[in-house]
Design a protein around this ligand. Structure first.
Ligand SMILES: [Zn+2]
Length: 443
């Protein structure tokens, strides 16, 4: 007796090392109970609460968005081609006008977009009214790491201005209310929005509170030249050297988003401290290219992120394909290496590495005993079929609409593209009012 059985399905092997055909996957008590050869007779008598026909489907780990912004969901389409500084001109003013109601709508739309695109788990880098978002993500059934946007720089709009102590108290409050909630699917990380926006006192206190609780600590790092220059001017050293000097900040629980402009000294600090790194290809293309082959060869854990819907939407399939092209043109072509970033490594970044990044190393593989966070992908349609190498095709051709089913923590949350935990039509109807507001803005 199992909770869910997926019959006659292809299975992505651990570490994306190929695909096994004609398997049957059983899920029970939140874990993958077995992966065995499909056997029509044995499968027919297997008791299961839910049966999924896996014919022409691939079962693989759910995708992990290691860096998103729930609070920027309503900024879709409003950033591309804009002149600098987008952060101060567009994003900061937008976030300062969010309300609990808008945040709830943002989270519903974000959850819907993630589920429909096969993203089973995510890390939100820090927004406002995160209790509203947490309530939605609990209902959606996704796995997530949540944070409060944490800054104490002077001159912020009054609605989001905080002192150091207020910012730390807000993070503690979210942690106390939501860490380990939703049967353990939701966790709360401490966050530093960016070093330029945080006083040294705030950096030290936030790190202390994260360390006391064994919590993750996220920050936007080395994203812009201006940010590196700020550190050099004010601290006399580069951003990661500065955090290393503070002593209590960097550890294997530190999640660095972007990490584009790294010196060799900084790369060594990442390795020594076990810092984990997330690249956001579409967003990063406006800034710089990460040195993934070099970081990978040193054993740094790297994940992929969308950076929120304002930067090209939440599809990690789009990010994977773009990332492959960037890695080739920047690192492969100059040294005539066509596989400088192999497809299986990119799929691993979006799945297995992503779960390590989130502190969930028991998920991210389709094998007995692993946490059952998984999706099925339709392999037999005009865009996918036939394929001489399914792992390559996942990077080259798959889109969100090829995702059919999603299971998180052993619970089916999308069946044949119907979201079971949220009312998709009602959410889109709620968004109609915001679309009308945007249309008025553009009129
Ligand atoms: Zn970001």
């Amino acid at each position: 007796m199992v909770d869910i059985v997926i019959e006659n399905v292809s299975v992505l092997m651990p570490h994306a090392e190929g695909v096994a055909r004609h398997r049957t996957v059983g899920i029970a008590e939140g874990k993958i109970a077995f992966v065995r050869d499909a056997d029509a007779e044995a499968d027919a008598v297997l008791e299961a609460a839910t049966r999924i026909d896996g014919t022409h489907k691939l079962v693989m780990p759910g995708l992990v968005d290691c860096h998103t912004h729930t609070g920027q969901q309503l900024l879709r389409g409003r950033v591309l081609d804009e002149l600098p500084m987008i952060w101060t001109r567009i994003m900061l003013p937008f976030e300062s006008t969010l309300t609990p109601e808008l945040m709830r709508l943002s989270a519903k739309l974000s959850a819907l977009e993630m589920i429909k695109n096969g993203t089973a788990a995510f890390a939100d880098a820090g927004s406002y009214f995160m209790d509203e978002a947490a309530t939605v993500y609990e209902q959606a059934g996704l796995r997530g790491v949540l944070s409060v946007s944490t800054m104490d720089q002077p001159g912020l709009p009054a609605s989001i201005a905080m002192t150091c102590d207020e910012a730390v108290a807000a993070a503690d409050g979210l942690y106390d209310r939501w860490n380990g909630a939703a049967e353990g699917r939701l966790h709360v990380a401490y966050a530093l929005r960016a070093l330029m926006s945080c006083s040294e006192e705030l950096i030290r206190k936030t790190a202390d509170h994260a360390n006391e609780r064994g919590a993750l600590l996220q920050a936007h790092m080395n994203e812009y030249a201006a940010e590196v220059n700020y550190s050099l001017q004010n601290q006399g050293v580069r951003p990661f050297e500065y955090l290393e000097r503070l002593g209590n900040v960097l550890s294997e629980r530190f999640l660095g988003a972007h990490c584009l402009m790294l010196s060799e000294v900084e790369k060594n600090i990442l390795v020594e401290r076990g810092v984990k790194v997330c690249h956001c290809p579409f967003s990063n293309c406006a800034k710089a290219t990460p040195e993934t082959p070099s970081l990978r060869s040193r054993g740094v854990v790297e994940g992929l992120g969308s950076d929120g819907a304002a930067h090209g939407g939440l599809s990690l399939w789009a990010e994977m394909r773009l990332f492959r092209s960037i890695m080739n043109v920047e690192h492969g072509v100059p040294i005539a290496d066509p596989a400088v970033m192999p497809a299986r490594a990119i799929v691993n970044m979006a799945t297995e590495n992503g779960y390590v990044f989130l502190g969930e190393p028991d998920a991210g593989r389709i094998e007995p005993g692993a946490v059952a966070d998984l999706i099925t992908v339709d392999l037999r349609n005009a865009g996918m079929y036939p394929s001489g190498n399914v792992v390559n095709t996942l990077v080259e051709c798959t889109t969100g609409s090829d995702v059919r089913d999603m299971v998180v923590d052993g619970r089916l949350i999308m069946a044949d593209r119907r979201v079971l935990t949220l009312d998709e039509d009602a959410i889109l109807a709620e968004a109609d009012e915001y679309q009308a507001y945007l249309d008025d803005l553009n009129a």
